[in-house]
Design a protein around this ligand. Structure first.
Ligand code: SF4
Length: 322
């Protein structure tokens, strides 16, 4: 049989890698993104953002996050469909115990099943791309780290680490691990204040480069005082907040509340006005001050619902007020 695989994933797609292995083991010919789907006997589509073409069998968050591959696809990934990959790819623990309303993971019914990295890792790779959603909710999280250390691997971590589950032992494990790229933590809901804030010193103790994501615009689609407060508290703990806007819209279709959130996103993530606003005594991050100054300075753009051209957003030196 001739099998066609399609996806909108910008890099690799783990589901397709397993589908490829399953069919190759059956002796089928497997082609990634064949030009003519009609020439295939069977097509699969895995869609993260939008369904690009209709396939015989489809899944992924953009199609239906509840669709799962059957047990027959529980095989090692086939790396040959992505010959340029330089890291192994897979999950040691796909499950997440949380039920965040803005996230597709709770709908995926991911199994509470720990796996060894050797179920998907290939020795020729020096890097491992862990797709886990919440590694520290795995009772055997330490086994994963031990295997990574024993194999002397660098971790590319696409998921985040749950602040609420941090302990000194976990920080020690993170600090003993080589990472490529930035680690992600998150404080998505101000109501988690009592769980998150006492553990922020542990986040600070993580030596790798890190961001703390701050979700805004959920569930209410506008910027709130508590969004500034979360950033303020993180900055006072010496941490970098990183704004994530729920269902972000940019450009001329953005309503005024979204334009404001986009502007806040830019100030926090790119312009860094807040880090040391001129005139602050003592110099310290002050989000309200920085935001009032920044948003009023850009008043025209905000009220006209326009995006500032990117070339007018050159990053100033730290501490400069926009
Ligand atoms: S903790 Fe992360 S992965 Fe888990 S449900 Fe919330 S956002 Fe999704």
């Amino acid at each position: 049989m001739k099998i066609g695989l399609y996806t909108d994933a910008p890099k690799h797609n783990f589901a397709l890698m397993r589908i490829a292995r399953y069919h190759r083991d059956l002796g089928d010919e497997v082609i990634l993104t064949p030009a003519l789907p009609s020439e295939c006997d069977l097509t699969y589509g895995s869609w993260l953002y939008s369904v690009r073409i209709q396939c015989d069998i489809q899944g992924g968050p953009a199609f239906d996050p509840c669709v799962r591959l059957g047990d027959e696809f529980d095989v090692r990934p086939d790396y040959s469909i992505y010959p340029n990959l330089t890291a192994s790819v897979g999950y040691t623990w796909p499950f997440c115990p949380n039920d965040c309303g803005f996230c597709v993971v709770p709908n995926q019914a991911n199994p509470k099943r720990h796996r060894s990295i050797w179920d998907f890792h290939e020795e020729r790779f020096r890097e491992i791309d862990l797709l886990n959603n919440n590694t520290f909710s795995d009772p055997r999280w330490m086994d994963t780290f031990q295997e990574i250390w024993d194999a002397d691997l660098t971790v590319i971590d696409q998921g985040g680490y749950d602040i609420r589950l941090l302990t000194e032992a976990k920080v020690e494990a993170l600090n003993k691990t080589r990472f490529s790229g930035v680690l992600h933590f998150a404080w998505d809901d101000f109501d988690d204040y009592n769980e998150i804030v006492p553990l922020l010193p542990l986040v600070k103790a993580v030596k790798a480069d890190k961001y703390v994501y701050v979700l805004v615009g959920y569930p209410d689609p506008y910027l709130k005082d508590e969004d500034l407060m979360r950033c303020q508290i993180l900055a006072e703990h010496g941490l970098d907040p990183f704004i994530m806007i729920y269902n972000r819209i940019t450009g001329k279709n953005a309503p005024p509340s979204m334009v404001l959130m986009n502007r806040y996103h830019r100030m926090v993530n790119r312009v860094f006005t807040w880090r040391n606003p001129r005139g602050m005594k003592p110099p310290a991050p002050d989000f309200e001050y920085a935001w009032n100054h920044y948003s009023s300075h850009k008043k025209e753009a905000v009220s006209e619902n326009l995006e500032f051209p990117e070339d007018q957003l050159a990053e100033p030196s730290e501490g400069a007020v926009q």
